[in-house]
Design a protein around this ligand. Structure first.
Ligand code: ADP
Ligand code: MG
Length: 352
């Protein structure tokens, strides 16, 4: 205890949201200090990270799409699980050093990492090992929906139900929590990336137009929706004609993009209702008063709250700053480790 308190002055303890799209690091008293894409640039066919292991995050992202043949970019957490341990370790190490080093931390930091609740024991161990090898003194894992609940200020330790739907890039996590524990949860490998993919497929099928993922994401953010809009939108999008092979521009509408997004959104909605169906009646009843809280970048899609409200009959609230709430939650969790010790039981926790 005492040792931890003293070393806390010299080390820069941090909370990390290791997302499939973006990694955020939150530090006490400072808030979000790092916000970079979860991308690593490697020499093609190897695990060798470029620029002496520093081609990570924003630096690697810049290389994406413009990479010569010998370089490839890896998203090590593609579907919410660690697909490549060495690369994940390199990425975590780079981010931890960046935050710790730039703040003059002396003692190796304690780190809380939010992980998808669906990952296996082996994957949990791998995240801990990666972070330890990356320079952390001690590593604690917290389930992502818990961190989201804490970050969103939900009463997750109270004897009442709180429900979180976190729509990320590669995954969507749905969880109902009570008394500091997860009562029921579902994690699916469907998220914002699948919406981008749906936009690409639609344009290919309807117009023979090929566009990249970056353009597809722009379309989704600019005119995408899950429910009818008061004023429907249009947008010009450029790509390559699949028949002539030449560049071409077309005008698309929010109606057709909504239709294209129907499938991934339907899967997300079904997961939410399925989670409710397997929840104890008393907890489900609490949600009539407490509602459902949505977060993650995907929760910013227009009308997704309306669609979820219609499907569940519950009030749906988008949390404040939905993209950073998991990271903020990890930082609060770190400040209150002793408190969580009583309410949570995670085997990887080693208490001093
Ligand atoms: P992760 O936790 O998996 O890293 P995030 O919570 O950061 O993911 O969410 C990333 C996803 O959110 C991406 O698919 C991105 O396109 C999507 N997104 C971000 N902003 C918006 C928006 N305004 N509308 C719709 N989707 C969005
Ligand atoms: Mg996330």
């Amino acid at each position: 205890m005492l040792l931890n308190a003293i070393s806390g002055w010299f080390s820069m303890d941090m909370g990390i949201d290791l997302g499939t799209c973006t990694t955020l690091v939150c530090v006490r008293d400072e808030g979000i200090v790092l916000n970079e894409p979860s991308v690593v640039a490697v020499r093609k066919g190897t695990n060798i990270v470029l620029s002496n292991g520093e081609a990570v995050g924003l630096v690697a992202h810049e290389m994406l799409g413009k990479t010569p043949g010998s370089i490839s970019a890896i998203r090590p957490l593609k579907d919410g699980v660690i697909s490549d341990f060495e690369v994940t370790e390199a990425m975590l190490g780079c981010f931890i050093r960046k935050v710790h080093g730039s703040r003059g931390g002396l003692v190796r930091p304690r780190v809380v990492i939010a992980v998808p609740s669906g990952i296996t024991a082996v994957e949990r161990r791998a995240v801990i090992d990666s972070a330890e090898r990356a320079g952390a003194r001690r590593v604690y894992l917290v389930d992502e929906p818990m961190a989201a609940g804490i970050g969103a200020n939900l009463p997750i330790t109270d004897p009442t139900a709180s429900m979180i739907v976190d729509i990320g890039g590669g995954t969507t996590e749905v969880a109902i929590m009570s008394l500091g524990d997860i009562a029921s949860c579902e994690s699916i490998r469907v998220g914002g990336n699948d919406m981008d993919e749906a936009v690409i497929n639609h344009l290919k099928r309807a117009y023979n137009l090929l566009i990249g993922v970056t353009s597809a994401e722009k379309v989704k953010i600019q005119i995408g929706s899950a429910a009818p809009l008061e004023e429907e939108l249009t947008m010009e999008v450029a790509g390559r004609d699949t028949i002539s092979g030449l560049p071409r521009k077309i005008l698309i509408t929010s109606e057709e993009i909504r239709e294209a997004l129907r499938e991934p959104i339907g899967t997300i909605v079904d997961t939410v209702t399925a989670t409710l169906e397997k929840t104890k009646p008393e907890l489900a009843a609490d949600l009539i008063d407490n509602g459902v809280h949505i977060c993650g970048g995907g929760s910013l899609l227009r009308g997704i709250d309306t669609v979820l409200a219609n499907a569940t009959g519950l009030d749906v609230y988008r949390v404040e700053d939905p993209i950073s709430c998991v990271a903020r939650g990890t930082s609060v969790y770190l400040e209150n480790l002793e408190l969580w010790k009583d309410t949570m039981d995670h085997s990887e926790h080693e208490w001093m």
